[in-house]
Design a protein around this ligand. Structure first.
Ligand SMILES: Nc1nc2c(ncn2[C@@H]2O[C@H](COP(=O)(O)OP(=O)(O)OP(=O)(O)O)[C@@H](O)[C@H]2O)c(=O)[nH]1
Length: 509
């Protein structure tokens, strides 16, 4: 059953806020039609035609409301308003004929109709408006007879002239308002484009960065390139110890190391998990700084994005929140990525590469040897002597210490391009990409000179620290000697030969 009480609500629900064009024309249209009704009443009184003219004239008062409702109910309110403007021309054309083409009114009303249509739709729509105006005027004259009343009275001329001036000034005011809005929109769009571009750049930078420092530095440089009017800084502090600033990056701010330290401590004292941008009362720097927190978006850090700006407005605050979010997400992802990479590539005990990474690198070297220019590579296999004895005598923790000590000392003998890996329990290997046998032989000689026979202090599970001697069996091989796939096996065999000889030597010695 129809609920009467819901009718007004349902009627309103059919209406929506019409397009700004319909809103902008509502008042000028209402004024123009009311003024024309006043003109009609004046003429009727002067000429004594009474309700014969005033009666139909009342319809003029309804049209602005009908036009507004038409625009508000239409699917496309802007197009509906275009039609309304054309219909204005037709109605006014008819009414000018009704008023027997009172000259001043016909000129002012016609001009207003043509101008309105020209402004919103260009010459074609103005031509349509002229055609409808002329069609309405001539059509009505053809139906009811043509009359011509060039002049009524000076008073009416003044009334009509003043109305025209008010109307055109009102239209000028509307156009000025629209122009200002458009101007503001253009500024906003340009700003949003810069924000959008900067966000895209942050994504690219985050992908390329190899560590958090470069990520933050490059991100700020890009922000600065898009927003040269601002200065930026980022501080990431340990959540557990906020006084420790782990990462800091600055771009476009006059911050010396002392200022950075002061700012870092200031941020550490701020309330954690702030949600909004805050003004920093940092006066010594002499610049107005605002800080947007990254709180809650990073797992082990609290972060702050700092900006130097003349003032904080809504647009800047929204922008800072977006950048802070984006930077936090990029930092968190990078930290996770680096952690995963480390877990996948590194040996948990010694921190050097693990066997998986070494084998991938070896495969690359084998492939490189197969393709022109056929680069040679070499390996050095090593095995710690006597680890089992250390484990048995002093415990596994002591054995771990021995392994770590060997890894540390091997690292010292390697160059940047050498791939040092822990191959197994007490086995180490070094891959020398782009090298012949001289490279592993050189490193083996260095190891014999600087590591063999050296002592390292280990702490047994129970008891006093003890010194153990470092001893390594070694075997080298290169792709200059055997097919690439067999290099590792050859080095391994040579290492076991070395071990056997060393055992024999020890047994004899
Ligand atoms: N502490 C410790 N021991 C390990 C680890 N991985 C393997 N081992 C031990 O290292 C020893 C390796 O065996 P071997 O190669 O026979 O030991 P070794 O005493 O060095 O014998 P040689 O190589 O013949 O001198 C075994 O006792 C393993 O349990 C590790 O990560 N930590």
């Amino acid at each position: 059953m129809l609920d009467i009480r819901s009718l007004p609500t349902r009627a309103w629900s059919l209406l929506k806020a019409p397009h700004r064009l319909a809103l902008a024309t509502l008042v000028p249209r209402a004024f123009a039609f009311c003024h024309t009704f006043g003109l009609t009443v004046w003429i009727a009184l002067v000429e004594g035609s009474g309700w014969k003219l005033i009666g139909p004239g009342l319809l003029l008062l309804f049209w602005p409301a009908v036009a507004y409702l038409h625009a508000a109910r239409a699917q496309n309110s802007k197009h509906a308003e275009f039609k309304n403007l054309l219909f204005d021309s037709l109605l006014f054309g008819i009414w000018c004929s009704v008023l027997d083409f009172y000259v001043l009114a016909t000129l002012a009303i016609g001009l207003a109709c043509f101008m309105n249509n020209m402004v919103v739709g260009g010459p074609r729509r103005m031509a349509a408006s002229m055609a409808l105006f002329a069609g309405g005027a001539l059509g009505w004259s053809a139906l009811t007879g043509f009359g011509f009343r060039p002049y009524v009275s000076t008073g009416l001329d003044i009334y009509q002239g003043a109305g025209a001036v008010i109307y055109f000034l009102a239209i000028a005011q509307v156009m000025y308002g629209q122009n200002r809005k458009i101007g503001r929109s253009i500024v906003e769009i340009k700003f949003q484009n810069r924000v959008f571009h900067a966000l895209l750049q942050l994504g690219v930078v985050a992908n390329r960065a190899s560590n958090i420092h470069t990520l933050l530095d490059d991100s700020l440089e890009h922000l600065r390139a898009d927003f040269p009017e601002y200065g930026f800084a980022v501080f990431l502090q340990e959540r557990q110890r906020p006084e420790v600033t782990r990462y800091a990056a600055v771009a476009g701010l006059q911050l010396g190391p002392e200022d950075e330290r002061r700012l870092g401590s200031l941020l550490a004292t701020l309330h954690e998990r702030q949600e909004n941008t805050i003004k920093l009362r940092e006066t010594t720097i002499g610049e107005q700084l605002y800080a947007t927190p990254m709180a809650g978006r990073l797992s082990i850090y609290d972060g702050w994005l700092i900006v130097r700006a003349p003032k904080l407005d809504g647009a800047l605050e929204r922008m800072l929140t977006l950048f802070a979010d984006q930077l936090a997400a990029a930092t968190e992802n990078k930290l996770l990525h680096l952690e995963l990479k480390k877990t996948a590539e590194r040996d948990g005990l010694t921190g050097i590469y693990n066997r998986g990474f070494f084998e991938s690198a070896l495969q690359l070297s084998i492939q490189a040897k197969a393709q022109p220019p056929g680069l040679d590579f070499a390996v050095l296999m090593m095995d710690v002597d006597g680890l089992k004895k250390v484990n048995d005598q002093y415990g596994h923790v002591a054995g771990d210490q021995l392994i770590t000590a060997v890894a540390e000392r091997l690292k010292m003998q390697c160059r940047e391009d050498d791939v040092l890996a822990r191959y197994g329990g007490d086995e180490f290997v070094i891959l020398f990409p782009s090298a012949d046998l001289s490279a592993p032989n050189r490193v083996a000689a260095l190891i014999r000179a600087h590591l063999e026979g050296q002592r390292c202090i280990i702490t047994p599970t129970h008891g006093e620290s003890v010194e153990v001697e470092l001893r390594l069996s070694m075997g080298t091989a290169s792709s200059t000697e055997v097919p690439a796939q067999e290099v590792l096996t050859l080095a391994d065999n040579r290492m076991y030969d070395d071990k056997t000889q060393r055992r024999k030597a020890r047994a004899l010695g």
